[in-house]
Design a protein around this ligand. Structure first.
Ligand SMILES: [Zn+2]
Length: 115
């Protein structure tokens, strides 16, 4: 259950194919993308996305959703190469907005009592 002081925020993300440095062997297309909002991913209707690139991108997304130190490479670096060494696709993770959540609506664990 949401309470007034159990708020936290996460960045919304957009992950998009932005560059082709060679042959895109996974059949990526410039502009292919998906959006991340909280714990959910959405793809444009009918658009496909390469499985192995998605698998490589997934571990980075929760970190990109959260505040990071200005000097942290996780803050500054946004372009990710396709994990297929022979593929030229580059994906960009962009923070597109910020969304507020309530712990009580996102977790079954109670918050610890705070003084
Ligand atoms: Zn690829």
């Amino acid at each position: 259950m949401a309470t007034p002081n159990d708020e936290f925020s996460l960045y919304d993300l957009r992950v998009e194919v932005v560059t082709n440095r060679g042959r895109m062997l996974c059949h990526e297309r410039i502009g292919d993308h998906f959006e991340v909002r909280g714990g959910r991913i959405s793809f444009p209707a009918g658009q496909e996305f390469p499985l192995y690139a998605l698998a490589a991108l997934l571990p980075l997304l929760p970190a990109k959703q959260r505040d990071t130190h200005p000097n942290d490479w996780m803050t500054t670096d946004a372009d990710i190469a396709c994990p297929d060494v022979h593929c030229g696709a580059v994906f960009r993770i962009s923070r597109t907005g910020r969304r507020t959540f309530h712990h009580g609506e996102e977790s079954g664990e109670p918050l610890p009592d705070r003084p």
